[in-house]
Design a protein around this ligand. Sequence first.
Ligand code: SUG
Length: 443
Amino acid sequence: MNAYEVNFDGIIGPTHNYAGLSFGNLASEKNRGSVSSPKAAALQGLAKMHRLHAMGVKQGVLPPQPRPDFSFLRQIGFDGSEEQIIDQAAAHPQLLANAYSASAMWAANAATVTPSADSQDGRVHFTPANLATTLHRSLEPAGTAQVLRQIFANPRRFVHHRPLPRQALFADEGAANHVRFAPGHGEAGVEMLVYGRTAQDGRLPARYPARQTKEACEATCRRHRLAPEKVLLVQQNPAVIDQGVFHNDVISVANETAFLYHEDAFVDTPAVIARLERMLGRNLQRMCVKRTQVSVAQAVESYLFNAQLVTLPAGGMALIAPLECRRNAAVKAYLDSLLTADDAPVTAVHYFDVRESMQNGGGPACLRLRVVLTTEELAAVHPHVLFDEQLHAALVAWVHAHYRETLSPADLADPALAHESRTALKALEEILQLHLQGRCTLS
Ligand code: SUG
């Protein structure tokens, strides 16, 4: 089956800021209160998409969500006009920051997606993540569902599930904890879902939250009609969660049968690898990073595993790594060694500046949602979100027209920001031909 992996990157929204909202995400905590640059952030994201597109990798975009989320602010008791709501909420800066978060940029947490080759009904399945663990991210699922339904509209090809119940037992963070292995994108594969906790087992991180449950993974597999013998549920190592690995994509990444992972990624990592190879019926192209090569702390600092591992149209695989990997001597040495190894599948490493996102704990892989599509499915995608030179130029011009150079936490109290953000999204609706304002009831 002819199929492609399309990377749908979240466009970084005009209210991108550093509010320290994610406990257990070390970068978010460290940069709380820093001044952000929404314009630089969005341009960095677009530059990454542009370069991947130029490399021949299929690329799409997902829009930012309307922020601040006025329906949330009304729900928690602020009322009156838009200005009055912001004025009241400004007395509770943390609540206002939650309403203003541009966190939908991290599209790897938007949804879990199963390609049609893996689902028993031959359709592509989407479950928007409920993101139940953090308040700011729990505001995303309705907007995400609305957008995914518009982009993947044909019910003969695409199935949209509702987010799982927004409750601790079903806490779900989407594709960041979902890893697919297959000999080729279009072939049936094995889906590995990684959880941090389960109601049946007492092993928990001691310090930081485990954001994904086994129960959520099981529910997703049932809904997506995955054959049980093609699913592996794996527990993330609680000790690495406590070192800042809040999603699996901060400690492992796979593409086709290539697997880059840290030896401490899972509870009993060697057993996970052995089971995967049995289920796949073939060997993985293993790139196991030892703690003597790169410690978990260095992995979290550099976001080595939050690289994108992509198949190049001309053959080989490229690793799309954050610049921070080049600056870390141990990580750089490891990546250099990959390129010279005879049997490593990685044929190129490209370093990208996504610093504005990195400072909130989001690397190159966090910024994209992988969707494997056959030629026919790709033809059924809303065409205005598929990346080309024209869309790139339109989005760059749009960012220059609507984004602030800088944003400090105090700026969130300025009602002008809400109006700017809304004007920007209205203009984006025209460019992408999408309806984005559904949840935002501005007076
Ligand atoms: O959920 N940061 C995001 C980063 C998400 C990274 N995604 C993946 N690993 N796939 C999070 O913790 C910080 C927002 C703030 O503090 O202002 C934030 O939400």
